[in-house]
Each structure stands twice: as C-alpha cells, then as structure tokens.
Design a binder for this molecule. Sequence first.
Ligand SMILES: Cc1cc2nc3c(=O)[nH]c(=O)nc-3n(C[C@H](O)[C@H](O)[C@H](O)COP(=O)(O)O)c2cc1C
Length: 386
Amino acid sequence: MLLRVYDRMYSGLNKVLIFKSSAQRAHDTVIAILRLVERFPFTIPLAKAIRSFISQDCLVTVGGVILSRPLILAAGLVKGDGFIDEETALNEVQASGRNILPGCRIMPALVGPTEFGSFTRSPRPGNPSTVFWRHASSRSTQNRVGLKNPGARAAAAFLAMRKAQLPEEFGINIAVSPGVHDINQQEREVIESLEFFLHEGVLPAWFTLNLSCPNTEDDPLGHQLEAETRRLCGAFIKRLEERALSIPLWVKISPGLAAEQYHALVCIFAEVGVKAVVATNTLPAPSPENSGQVAGLGGGALFDATLEAVKHLREEIVRSKAAIDIIACGGILDGASFQAYRDLGVKAAQYWSALVYRGPLAAALIESELAAYEYEYEAAHSESLA
Ligand SMILES: Cc1cc2nc3c(=O)[nH]c(=O)nc-3n(C[C@H](O)[C@H](O)[C@H](O)COP(=O)(O)O)c2cc1C
C-alpha cells in the first residue's frame, strides 16, 4: 500500500517537476543531494529504517554471493567525481576530505546491494557538457559519461578512510581504461586497480570486471576479444587466489554481440572461474545532440537486446553445464520486465534507468510487483489444477 502511494507520488513528481528540467540537470541535482545528505550522519540509519519498513529481505545466492535481495543498483550512479590526474584526486581525499564518491553510504543503506564504479586505473574527467538524456516514451536513458571517475587508487583510499562505515553489500566494478589497446598494459592496469583496493583492505562482496565501455568511442560495438577476456579474467582471479581471497569475479559484457561470441565468452568464463556474467551494459546509439558521437542506451530501449544476450548466454550455460550465474541488466523497470529474465533462469538483476522512471525506491517497487505477479500466477495455477 505504502509503495503504491509512493509510486503515484513519484510519477506525479516526475510529471510536474523532474521531467520539466533536463535529464542532465536532474542527474546533477541527484548527485548534489547524495553529497549533501551524506554530510549528516543521521541520514544513514534513517535510510536503513525506510528500507526495512518498505521491503523485506529475501536472500538470493548468486555469483558466489548471498544478497539480501535480488535487485542490485548497477554501476554508474555511485562512481565518484572525475579528475584529470591522480595527484589531484588523492589530494582531495587526503587533504580536503571531500566526498569524492557521493552515494556510497546512503544508496546501499536505502536500496541494499550496490555496485560502485566503474573505476579505471587512472582518473578520468569524463566527457564535457551534456552527457545524459532521457527518452520518456520508451522509459529509456542515454549517456556518454565517458567513464568519469576518480581512479582506482583515490577511490580505494577514500573507501579505506571510511572502512568502519562501508556497507555490508557492495561490489566494485573495475573497467579497462579506454584507449589502452595493448593487452599487457590492460592487464597491468586492471591488476593494479584491483591491488589498490586489496592493499587498502577494501574488500567488496564481489568484483566486476567491466569489459564493455560503449560510450567512450573506444569500443563502440563492444567487441570483446576472446584472448583478451581470457587473459584479463584469468589474471584477476589468479591475483585474488594468490591473496587467498574468496571474493568472486563477475564480468560485465555488451549487448548486441553475435550468438557465437556469447557462447565463446561463457566457455572462457567457465574455464577461468568467473562466477557471474552481468548482461549487459548499455547499447551504443548515436547521441541525441551529435549523431557522430556514441551514447549508450539503457532502460526500455535496451530490454530486447539484453534479453537476446541473456538467451544466448543461457543456451551455452545449459549446454556446457557451466557453474555461472547470469545477472540481467537492461530495461528492468517493473515486475513484468524482471519476470521476463526470471523466466530464463535469472535469479538476480541490476538496474539503473528504473531510478529515473520509478525513483529511489525502484527496487522495492519492482520486487513488490514481482511478488504480486507470482501470487497471481500461483493462484491461476492452483485453480487450473483444481
Ligand atoms: C549515467 C550512467 C552511467 C553509467 N556508468 C557505468 C559505468 O561506469 N560502468 C558500468 O559498468 N556501467 C555503467 N552504466 C550502465 C549501467 O550500469 C547499466 O548497465 C545500464 O544502464 C543498463 O541498465 P538499465 O537498463 O537498467 O539502465 C551507466 C549507466 C548510466 C545511465
């Protein structure tokens, strides 16, 4: 009942206020609000109280992790400020005490499992001017943020200084640096990024290796090369094993690959020990403001492509009996869209655009719609049996 009231109120707010301003402005405002509320310690227990009041935990074991609920806030919201170099980023963390990762405490408190990042080896300022749009008719988002982030070293240092306040359920998403094509350098950078977190004792529940960065002009078609995937994932897992850490590795991939590529990726993941595949990142499309630039589509416009990817992945997982979970991520906006993935055996999923269209309590709403759907299904099923 409460969630239904919230849903109506949030849709109203979207119509009369939020959607009256540009998506970019709304996004910037949200980040400013996250930064502001994290200045007041009482907001964290308050967010936790709201969460436990409106939703119940429902344990899900997926990708080597036990999650308190099946919906995970995807990478890209809690990713931090952009910087042009590491020295400036570290200085902001150590000297000025600035919150360079707004949302890292309040969002997990409010919504539960959250993936931080993507973080690259070195900071990135991101693309200039407008980088975020919405297409309300299809409940989609489009972005070309360009992997803006403070870099893995500053992010690790920042989280290490707040170790006692780290959430219980968070993942860290590490991305290959755009523009780096040499596989040796890619491997070095990915492992260095991992090491920054491990060295600082910042140990997430899972790591995600993001092998799909569609809006950086680097790999617009998201071609994951098999050899590179094997090498990077293998090195990542080896380093975790050398440190005797049982943190699972998930890998995030692109939509729109050929069936053979998805099949090949599953074989590699099984071979090296990847525990889950996050399918998918956004779908590359011309940017609304400059058709010569790529901007990644998420939300409703991504749903079909992600569903297709999940079907191919599942086919291969079933065929090869690989112990890999699929974490769907693409257009999960309501109970029905989540159910479409669950019909393919998906136990947990990630969401981003739902935040725009359903608000900060999107996960609780979607889960409650799913529960209603399951209830109706069971009622209809037991009637037909009777
Ligand atoms: C503004 C924005 C920034 C994003 N940044 C990242 C990122 O840094 N790393 C990443 O793996 N995915 C990133 N994503 C992709 C989302 O995590 C997610 O894969 C995608 O939006 C599809 O989910 P959706 O259909 O629920 O939006 C970003 C998405 C948006 C909208």
